[in-house]
Design a protein around this ligand. Structure first.
Ligand code: C5P
Length: 226
C-alpha cells in the first residue's frame, strides 16, 4: 500500500538490545512502537495460567484465538500488556514466560492468530516494530529493515546485569545456556524462523553502545521521517 504509514522493523535474537533500541528510535521519530515478543509472552503467560500443555497444538490454537491479549505502548513510560483486565506487564518478563513464549511461538496457529493484531499497529506517522519475523513475515514491505545481533556471551552478560539491577540473583552460565536454547528453537523452527530478511541491514551490537546503534538506525531512517 503506497499510502500506508512507513514501517521500520528491528529483528534479532533475545538480548540483542532490540527492545531498548526500537523504543528509542520510535520515541526519537515520534512513531508508534510494537514489541511483538510481548504478545507471544502474553500467550505464554495465558497458557501457564490456564494450565495448558504448551505442546498441545489444538489447545494452544484455541487459546491464541480466544485470549484477550493487548499490547499498549505508552509514550511517557513502559509499555503495558494486558490479559483481559489483568495487567501482566511484569509477569511476561520472567525467564519462564520467555521460554513459554518461545514454545508457543513455534506453533503456526499461534503465529497466525497474532498476525493481524501486529499489523493493526501500522498507523501514521509510522511504526517501529521489534521481533523475530517483523521484516520477513509481518511487514515484508517495510521501508527499513534492521537485523540486530550480538554474541550469545554478551547477551547473557547484559541479561545478567539487568537482573542484578532488579535485585534478582542469576547465574551467568545458566543464563547463557537458556539464551542458546531459546536461540536454537527460534532459529530452527519450521514456521517464521529467526533469519534476517534478504533486504535487511545487519548491526552487530556486541561492542557498540545503545547510543551508537540508535544513531545508526536514525541515520538510515532519516529519508523516511521527512
Ligand atoms: O523478544 P522476546 O524475547 O520478548 O520474545 C519472546 C519469544 O517470543 C522469543 O523467544 C520468540 O520465540 C517469540 N517471538 C517470535 N516472533 C516475534 C517475537 C517474539 O517468535 N516476532
Amino acid at each position: 500500500m503506497a499510502d500506508s504509514a512507513p514501517v521500520i522493523t528491528i529483528d534479532g535474537p533475545s538480548g540483542s538490545g532490540k527492545g531498548t533500541i526500537s523504543r528509542l528510535v520510535a520515541r526519537a521519530l515520534g512513531w508508534h512502537f510494537l514489541d511483538s515478543g510481548a504478545l507471544y509472552r502474553g500467550v505464554g503467560v495465558a497458557a501457564l495460567r490456564a494450565g495448558i500443555d504448551l505442546s498441545d497444538v489444538e489447545a494452544m490454537a484455541r487459546l491464541a484465538l480466544d485470549a484477550d491479549i493487548r499490547f499498549e505502548d505508552r509514550i511517557d513510560g513502559e509499555p503495558h500488556v494486558w490479559l483481559g483486565s489483568d495487567d501482566i506487564s511484569s509477569d511476561i518478563r520472567t525467564e519462564e514466560a520467555g521460554q513459554a513464549a518461545s514454545k508457543s511461538a513455534a506453533q503456526p496457529a499461534v503465529r497466525a492468530a497474532l498476525l493481524q493484531k501486529q499489523r493493526d499497529f501500522q498507523l501514521a506517522p509510522g511504526l517501529v516494530a521489534d521481533g523475530r519475523d517483523m521484516g520477513t513475515i509481518v511487514f515484508p514491505q517495510a521501508e527499513l529493515k534492521v537485523f540486530l545481533t550480538a554474541s550469545a556471551e554478551e547477551r547473557a552478560r547484559r541479561r545478567h546485569k539487568q537482573l542484578s539491577e532488579k535485585g534478582v540473583t542469576a547465574i551467568l552460565p545458566a543464563l547463557l545456556r537458556e539464551i542458546e536454547e531459546r536461540d536454537l528453537r527460534d532459529r530452527t523452527r519450521s514456521v517464521a524462523p529467526l533469519v534476517p530478511a534478504a533486504d535487511a541491514r545487519t548491526i552487530d551490537s556486541t561492542s557498540q553502545s545503545i547510543e551508537d546503534v540508535v544513531r545508526t538506525v536514525l541515520d538510515w531512517a532519516a529519508p523516511l521521517a521527512r
